[in-house]
Design a protein around this ligand. Structure first.
Ligand SMILES: [Fe+2]
Ligand SMILES: [Fe+2]
Length: 146
């Protein structure tokens, strides 16, 4: 028996959630491999930032996937493009860019969800946005020191 969710989502919103999941998987892997590949004094000093942030992104992916599943969508397993980079400066530049893309896109998701009366999805993305803005700030701040 198919249980109807209390909130219905448009295919547009469901596709947006799946793109968000793909972006979260991508940055999770990106930051994890940067943690592994960090070499040199400066990189080692910020190694744990990559690791901690990778874990947060994985939690975002899970949170969004749970919401999409509730809205009768199937979460993707495919990441968007992963851009690790070859040195610390490239890591940080790629990450700041990825965070900025997430911030821009998640604001669009909030608007779309609100236009459909889906306050829960809007709320979830407002919370995630707070993390992404913090990540963007962290990466750009470290970048100034490199
Ligand atoms: Fe995220
Ligand atoms: Fe992030």
């Amino acid at each position: 028996m198919m249980i109807e969710p209390a909130t219905k989502a448009s295919s547009t919103l469901k596709e947006m959630l799946n793109r968000a999941i793909a972006m979260e998987i991508a940055v999770s892997v990106q930051y994890m491999w940067q943690h592994v590949q960090a070499t040199g004094v400066k990189a080692v000093a910020v190694q744990n930032v990559f690791r901690e942030t990778a874990i947060t992104e994985m939690k975002h992916a899970e949170k969004i996937a749970e919401r999409l599943w509730y809205l009768t969508g199937t979460p993707t397993t495919q990441p968007t493009k992963i851009n690790v980079g070859g040195n610390l400066k490239e890591f940080l530049e790629n990450n700041a860019k990825a965070e900025l893309e997430a911030i821009t896109f998640y604001k669009q998701i909030v608007k779309q969800a609100e236009s459909e009366g889906d306050v829960t999805t809007a709320f979830i993305f407002k919370e995630i946005l707070e993390d992404e803005e913090e990540h963007h700030d962290t990466f750009t701040t470290i970048l100034e020191e490199v």
